[in-house]
Design a protein around this ligand. Structure first.
Ligand code: FUL
Ligand code: CA
Length: 483
């Protein structure tokens, strides 16, 4: 070959090697990427229903019953923050229809209660405490309204949309707009006390209603059982399936595609759908106690249980949304504060010390210097190791300077380029041989693998065994669970 040709080939290979891999499948939006960073957040339920000791208010509670003796948004938010929560969604109106802000849309609101002598705005107080403590804020405004006399008629939608507009316009940037599929039934309805049913495929005109969300709050992730941005995981137990895809195609049980909540393919919600049409990661919502509202006889989950749920939600590429229920005083019970703090410390203490930090990495293939193995341990999820386009299987060997004991392995894909890896195995070097400790399927935003028992070794091998395209991984880690 002529020298010039060789030079040309060398340059093109080098340039090619530095071009990023092509994206694969459905991709996250900027809004969803910001949501993935939050990982754990809270959902506060606190309305007249708290004072009735119920889970679903009928819509007939006297506003005067809403009378917390010591409401303190800062106490709630600080406890959440100590638990590692990075966002708070406030239920601004639950199914009982009582609005926690002085809305113009219904007289059934906080101004009719003794709270701050009828001058209070609980949404504002929570929002301010949330921002002061550096968390993100979101709202949940129930479409079903068991108080409103007009619910079920064609006049209600305008009221609901006006409520959303008020919430979207006066409380700064929201990270989530949370919607559920609860859709009519019996209620007070202005005194009618009857059963009202609606056709949930048309009644809320979700296309246009969520158009309002997009227009006023473009960074708010819309949550419902079908997405649009974040899908319900399909249970209220707080975990995704072991195999967990961020991609999804909402479908009704009859297999038809749908675009309204309340009809999604729940059987596939915990796992997601490989090569689904949309990037629509799961939110695992679960109350800290048994119910979403405070009940004196219930107790918060133990920190161990919460840690396990963390591994099975965040550790499966999903989000963990923890229900927080202030008691009648308007604060979180001391038991809840303690459980959150111990859980938060567990997560912090476990994951601050990546035992692989100074390890030597050997990878079987690399795309070029920019995508080298060093990117796997720089604690920056925007840098990533990638293989060449035609390399869909690869190994990473982690060599530690001295043997370490760990029981959690963490893997992260570079999700701006999609969810790519399908299967992988993890082996540890023990008694002079490689021993398989895990057979894995999906990775996604984050995969936390908890081993049955801690292992002590100085060598770990991660083998990506199946991917339809070249591999990207942004971070890896070895951790020892620490209380
Ligand atoms: C559900 C509601 O019916 C529950 O009361 C609670 O608010 C939960 C978070 O969402 O759809
Ligand atoms: Ca990195």
């Amino acid at each position: 070959m002529r020298p010039l040709l060789i030079l040309f080939l060398l340059i093109t290979t080098a340039v090619y090697a530095q071009t990023p891999p092509k994206p694969y499948g459905a991709l996250p939006t900027k809004r969803q990427l910001a949501w993935h960073d939050i990982e754990v957040y809270g959902l506060i339920h606190f309305t007249p229903t708290t004072f009735e000791n119920k889970e679903w208010g009928f819509g007939d509670a006297d506003p005067k019953t809403f009378n917390p003796t010591a409401f303190n948004a800062d106490q709630i938010v600080k406890a959440a923050k100590a638990g590692g929560l990075r966002g708070i969604i406030l239920v601004a109106k639950h199914h009982d229809g009582f609005a926690l802000w002085p809305t113009k849309t219904t007289s059934y609101n906080i101004s009719k209660s003794p709270f701050r002598s009828g001058k209070g705005n609980l949404v504002k107080e929570v929002e301010q405490a949330v921002r002061k403590n550096g968390l993100k804020f979101g709202v949940y405004c129930s479409p079903w309204d068991r108080n409103n006399a007009l619910y079920g008629t064609d006049k209600y939608l305008a009221i609901y949309q006006a409520q959303l507009k008020e919430l979207y316009s006066n409380y700064g940037q929201l990270f989530m707009s949370w919607h559920d599929g609860a859709n009519g039934g019996d209620g007070y309805y202005g005194g009618a006390k009857e059963k009202r049913s609606i056709d949930n495929t048309t009644y809320y005109d979700w296309n246009n209603t969520w158009g309002i969300t997009r227009k006023i709050q473009p960074m708010a992730n819309i949550f419902s059982d079908i997405g649009l941005d974040i899908r319900w995981v399909g249970n209220e137990d707080g975990h995704a399936a072991e195999t967990s895809w961020a991609t999804f195609t909402p479908m009704a049980p009859d297999g038809k595609n749908v675009a309204v909540p309340g009809q999604a393919n729940y059987p596939q919600s915990p796992e997601g759908i490989r090569n689904g049409k949309f990037w629509m990661p799961a939110e695992c919502d679960v109350p800290l106690r048994k119910g979403w509202f405070y009940h004196p006889t219930e107790k918060p989950k133990t920190p161990e249980t919460l840690f396990d749920l963390y591994l099975k939600s965040v550790g499966r590429g999903a989000g963990l949304d923890l229900g927080l229920a202030p008691d009648k005083s308007g604060q979180l019970h001391a038991d809840d504060v303690a459980a959150l703090k111990t859980f938060g410390d567990m997560v912090k203490h476990t994951f601050t010390n990546n035992l692989a930090k100074n390890a030597k990495l050997k990878v079987s293939n690399t795309r070029g210097a920019k995508y080298s193995a060093n990117t796997l341990l720089d604690n920056n999820k925007n840098t990533y190791w990638a293989t060449q386009d035609d390399v869909h299987e690869a190994t990473i060997t982690i060599s530690l300077a001295a043997a370490k004991t760990f029981d959690i392995i963490s893997l992260q894909e570079y999700i701006p380029l999609g969810q790519r890896v399908e299967t992988y195995t993890i082996e540890v070097f023990e008694n002079n041989t490689w021993k398989k400790v895990y057979d894995g399927t999906s990775i996604g935003a984050k995969r936390l693998i908890k081993l049955d028992a801690p292992v002590t070794t100085n060598k770990v091998k991660i083998s990506i065994t199946q991917s339809p395209v070249c591999i990207t991984l942004s971070e890896i880690g070895l951790y020892k669970k620490t209380n």
